[in-house]
Write a protein that binds this ligand. Structure first.
Ligand SMILES: [Zn+2]
Ligand SMILES: [Zn+2]
Length: 103
C-alpha cells in the first residue's frame, strides 16, 4: 500500500470549471457537458457518453471543453499553480473549494 497523506487543496468551483458547457455536435445538436464537483469527472448528454459501457466514459464534447482553455478553467492547486490569497481562482476568478486530497 502506498502511504497516502491527505492534505487540503483548493479547486476551482466556478462555472468555467463545473459547467454546464454548451458544445455543438457534428449533427447540428447542442450537447451539455458538466464536471462533477470533487471528482472532476466529465459528463455529457450525448449518446456516445450516455450509452458508453466504459468504466470511465468520455466523449469528444468533454475533450473539446477541456482543450479550449478560453472556455474551460479546471484549476486545482494540486496541479501546481498557487492559489490566490482570498480564495478566488487564479485563472478564472471564480469561487474555490478546498478538498482533502491524497498526495
Ligand atoms: Zn458528448
Ligand atoms: Zn477557475
Amino acid at each position: 500500500m502506498p502511504d497516502l497523506t491527505l492534505i487540503p487543496m483548493a479547486y476551482c468551483t466556478g462555472p468555467k470549471t463545473l459547467g454546464p458547457f454548451k458544445v455543438p455536435g457534428s449533427n447540428g445538436k447542442t450537447y451539455t457537458v458538466y464536471f462533477r464537483r470533487g471528482t472532476w469527472e466529465g459528463a455529457c448528454d450525448c449518446p456516445a457518453f450516455v450509452y458508453s459501457k466504459s468504466a470511465e466514459p468520455t466523449c469528444k464534447h468533454i475533450v473539446r471543453v477541456q482543450t479550449h482553455p478560453d472556455d474551460y478553467c479546471g484549476w486545482g492547486e494540486q496541479w501546481g499553480e498557487a492559489p490566490v490569497e482570498d480564495g478566488t481562482c487564479p485563472r478564472c476568478g471564480g469561487p474555490t473549494t478546498t478538498y482533502l486530497t491524497a498526495t
